[in-house]
Design a protein around this ligand. Structure first.
Ligand code: 8YV
Length: 326
C-alpha cells in the first residue's frame, strides 16, 4: 500500500476529483483553512510524487527544490503564472494546467461583469434593498447601452473567443488585438483585428483575456487608459497584473474612463484598496471566473488525469513545459 504514490492537494477541490486520486494514489489533502504557507508546503512536499496546486500557491524554485520525489505539478487553473516553469523544467518535473474546462464559465463571468457595470446593477440592488426607492426619476441609475456597442477583446485565446461568441448575441461590433492575427476567427465570428491603441480608442467596452507574462504586465497603464473613451468600461477576468491598478484607480477617480468590472487584482486573495472600492462605477468579485460547479469539477478531474498520466510514465494531455516527454 505504501508503495502507492503520494499526491499532495493544497485545497479541498470537488469530491469526484479527490475520489479519482484515491483510485491510484495516496491522497494528502491540506485541511480546509488556512492555506499552506511556504515552509509547510515545502515540508509536505518532501515525500510527494505529485502536487495539485492553485493560483494562490506560489510554486517558486525553493518550493520545487523541496519536492525531491516530485514528478508533476498540476495547476488547478489555466493560467500558471504562479509556477516557476523554468525551475520545474530544469528538474524534469512536468507542469500541467486545465485549459478548456473553464473557458465558458470565465467568458460568462466577463459578460456578467460587463452587464453589471454598464447597468449599475450592484448599485441598483443596494438602492432597492436600502429603501431608497421612494420615487421614480427618469435619470435614476442610468447606465450605458450594451446591445449594438463596440467591444474590444485584448488577447484572443480560448476565453477571448468565447467572449466574442457571446458578443454576437448582443449585436456588438467586436475588435480584437492579439500577438497573432486569427483569420479563421475573423471569418467565423465577424471580428476585426486592430492594434491595441486603435482598440482602446474605438471600444465602449474593453475586456482583457491575456495570460500574465513579462510582456503583458501592466499592459494597461495610465497611457493606455487615457486612450480609452471617457465612457468606456474596462473588464478584467484575466490577471490583476495585466493592469496597473494604481493608474486604473486614478483614471476612474478622474473620469478618464467610465467604469470597471474586476474579478482579478494586483494582490490576491485580499480585498482591493478602499480608494478603488469606494468608486460608484466599479463592480468587483473575488476571482470567481471559473467558479461554477461544472467548471471546477472538470478542472479537478483534468488536473488528476494529468497527474495520473505522469505517474504512469505517459505524456500528460495538458503539458505546459512541452520540452519534457518530447
Ligand atoms: C482558478 C484561474 O480559479 O484558471 C485560471 O487561470 O485563474 C481560475 O480558474 C484559479 O487559478 C484557482 O487556482
Amino acid at each position: 500500500h505504501s508503495l502507492r504514490p503520494k499526491v499532495l492537494v493544497t485545497r479541498e477541490i470537488p469530491q469526484p476529483a479527490l475520489d479519482r486520486i484515491k483510485e491510484f494514489a495516496r491522497l494528502d489533502l491540506w485541511p480546509a483553512f488556512p492555506p499552506p504557507e511556504k515552509g509547510e508546503l515545502q515540508r509536505m512536499l518532501a515525500d510527494a510524487d505529485a502536487l495539485l496546486c492553485m493560483i494562490t500557491d506560489p510554486i517558486d524554485d525553493d518550493v520545487i527544490e523541496a519536492g525531491k520525489k516530485l514528478r508533476v505539478i498540476a495547476n488547478y487553473g489555466v493560467g500558471y503564472d504562479n509556477i516557476d516553469i523554468a525551475a520545474a523544467t530544469r528538474r524534469r518535473i512536468a507542469v500541467t494546467n486545465t485549459p478548456d474546462a473553464l473557458t465558458e464559465a470565465t467568458a460568462d463571468l466577463a459578460f456578467a461583469l460587463l452587464l453589471a457595470t454598464a447597468r449599475n446593477l450592484i448599485a441598483a440592488d443596494r438602492f432597492t434593498r436600502d429603501g431608497f426607492w421612494i420615487a421614480w426619476h427618469p435619470q435614476l441609475l442610468l447606465g450605458r447601452d450594451v446591445f449594438g456597442s463596440t467591444l474590444g477583446i485584448v488577447g484572443l485565446g480560448r476565453i477571448g473567443e468565447a467572449v466574442a461568441r457571446r458578443a454576437r448575441g448582443f449585436n456588438m461590433h467586436v475588435l480584437y488585438t492579439a500577438r497573432r492575427r486569427n483569420p479563421k476567427a475573423e471569418a467565423e465570428l465577424g471580428i476585426e483585428y486592430c492594434t491595441l491603441e486603435e482598440l482602446l480608442r474605438r471600444s465602449d467596452f474593453v475586456s482583457l483575456h491575456t495570460p500574465l507574462t513579462l510582456e503583458t504586465r501592466h499592459l494597461i497603464g495610465a497611457k493606455e487608459l487615457n486612450m480609452m473613451k471617457p465612457t468606456a468600461i474596462l473588464i478584467n477576468t484575466a490577471r490583476g497584473g495585466v493592469v496597473d491598478q494604481e493608474a486604473l484607480t486614478e483614471a476612474l477617480q478622474q473620469g478618464v474612463i467610465g467604469g470597471a468590472g474586476l474579478d482579478v487584482f494586483a494582490e490576491e486573495p485580499v480585498a482591493p484598496e478602499e480608494a478603488l472600492l469606494e468608486l460608484p462605477n466599479v463592480v468587483v468579485s473575488p476571482h470567481i471566473g471559473s467558479a461554477t460547479v461544472e467548471a471546477r469539477t472538470r478542472m479537478g478531474l483534468m488536473a488528476v488525469e494529468n497527474i495520473q498520466a505522469v505517474l504512469e510514465g505517459r505524456r500528460p494531455p495538458n503539458l505546459v513545459n512541452s520540452e519534457l516527454f518530447s
